[in-house]
Design a protein around this ligand. Structure first.
Ligand code: RFL
Length: 393
């Protein structure tokens, strides 16, 4: 077979790219290692920045999202027994949309495969990339049903296969740099079958560790607890989780937390990386395949969507004879990526200083918090980054 673009990976990056390419008249094939049910249920992100929602809306990809997503207009910091509310919408007029990633993935698969009749192959195995530095690259894979190898010739390969994919590994080591940062700590990521206990995000900054509460839906709430990197989720039985959450999210005059069954419990080691450039020959990397940003500031999916829209527009222009946007793809994306990485690092210091065991870090972290809460300018600057940079998309 032959197509213009082979998209490896059906996460937010690959699916956004495939939808926009197809509407723009560029044919593509999507290869996904998992099956459809699996990717439509994999729990992950929840916050979408407003520009991303508007950009998907402009391309007809946000109908269900706009019907179902809640918006998040304020968040709260709790420390030293007090609560402090920030309302970014009052400062910069932007809000977060709360839309769980599996719902977005479900909508994007339906828009591409069902509504547009796009070609997406699930459960593919042993994906390999070929001839990336030639004019005739190709991608091969094993069909799980028949065990046969297939090869798709193409003009462009889009590596959208996430942090553990194969695309990045296809780039020779001396052709890219990988910048890494390890926070040296973990977050226990929890989903509780319990209604939210607050109508916004709550960040608990506490000497025994950071804790967070994030509404996901009327029935489900996401919580995070700072823990040692590499910790075993089995060390966190139900009672310990709820007792730590009560401690770390405590403040005067707050209602008790709504407790419920824990339906997800996994430890995320907090680290970041950035691959530069995000291109090698005819391979373009997008989303987590190119850069991982620890979920501290809820940026990963938003960056994935930004890359995908930038790449889709550039490939459509390239097909029409204008390759300049494609040449600028990596630089354009990396500017936003580094802004968001820097913000994550800054925010991590604020959230984890109190529990670092280092009184100097604890002091400077509290100073940052107080500045952010006490100064309109500092609070606006925070809101602009937390709510996400504006975009032309
Ligand atoms: P994905 O979503 O990982 O999709 C990659 C797809 O590629 C497939 N794949 C392969 N397919 C074929 N062949 C191979 N060899 C393959 N290897 C892998 C995979 O099965 C998968 O379907 O990457 P993408 O599209 O770049 O999207 C990135 C986002 O998923 C990620 O950045 C976010 O989930 C990060 N994140 C958050 N981002 C936000 O913007 N806001 C949030 O609130 C937020 N919360 C989170 C998060 C990530 C979390 N985890 C689990 C790390 C909360 C958590 C707990």
């Amino acid at each position: 077979t032959r197509t213009s673009v082979v998209v490896i990976g059906a996460g937010p990056a690959g699916l956004t790219l495939a939808n926009v390419l197809r509407s723009g008249g560029v044919d593509c094939v999507v290869l996904e290692a998992e099956n459809r049910e699996f990717i439509e249920q994999r729990p992950r992100a929840g916050f979408m920045e407003e520009w991303a929602v508007r950009a998907l809306q402009a391309r007809g990809l946000a109908d269900r999202l706009l019907q179902r997503a809640q918006t998040q207009e304020k968040f709260e910091f709790r420390f030293s027994g007090h609560r402090h509310t920030v309302r970014p919408v009052d400062r910069i007029g932007r809000r977060h949309f709360v839309y769980p990633q599996p719902l977005l993935v479900t909508d994007l698969v339906a828009a591409y495969a069902d509504a547009q009749g796009g070609d997406i192959r699930f459960g593919v195995q042993d994906v390999e990339l070929h001839g990336l530095e030639s004019e005739q690259p190709a991608v091969s894979y094993t069909d799980p049903a028949t065990g046969e190898r297939h090869r798709i010739a193409c003009a462009t390969v889009a590596g959208c296969d996430g942090a553990r994919g194969v695309s990045r590994a296809a780039v020779p080591e001396d052709r890219m740099t990988v910048a890494r940062h390890d926070y040296g700590l973990g977050w226990l990521a929890l989903l509780a079958e319990a209604p939210p206990s607050s109508d916004g995000v709550v960040f608990g900054v506490h000497p025994s560790g950071f804790g967070a509460h994030m509404a996901r839906s009327p029935e489900v709430t996401r919580y995070y607890l700072e823990c040692p990197a590499g910790d075993d989720p089995e060390n966190w039985p139900h009672e310990r989780v709820w007792s730590e959450l009560r401690t770390r999210l405590a403040a005067a005059d707050v209602p008790p937390l709504n407790e419920g069954r824990l339906i997800e419990k996994r430890v995320l080691d907090m680290h970041n990386y950035v691959v530069e450039p995000m291109r090698h020959g005819r391979l373009f990397l997008a989303g987590d395949a190119a850069h991982l940003v620890a979920p501290i500031a809820a940026k990963g999916m938003n960056l994935a969507i930004h890359d995908a829209l930038t790449l889709a527009d550039a490939l459509i222009a390239d097909a029409a004879g204008d390759g300049s946007a494609l040449d600028g793809y990596s630089d354009t994306c990396l500017r936003r990526v580094w802004q968001y990485q820097e913000f994550s690092l800054w925010f991590s210091d604020v959230l984890h200083g109190a529990s670092s065991g280092d009184p100097f870090r604890a002091g400077t972290a509290e100073a940052r918090l107080r500045r952010m809460l006490g100064s309109a300018a500092a609070s606006t600057a925070f809101a602009e980054l937390y709510m996400g940079e504006e975009s032309d998309h």
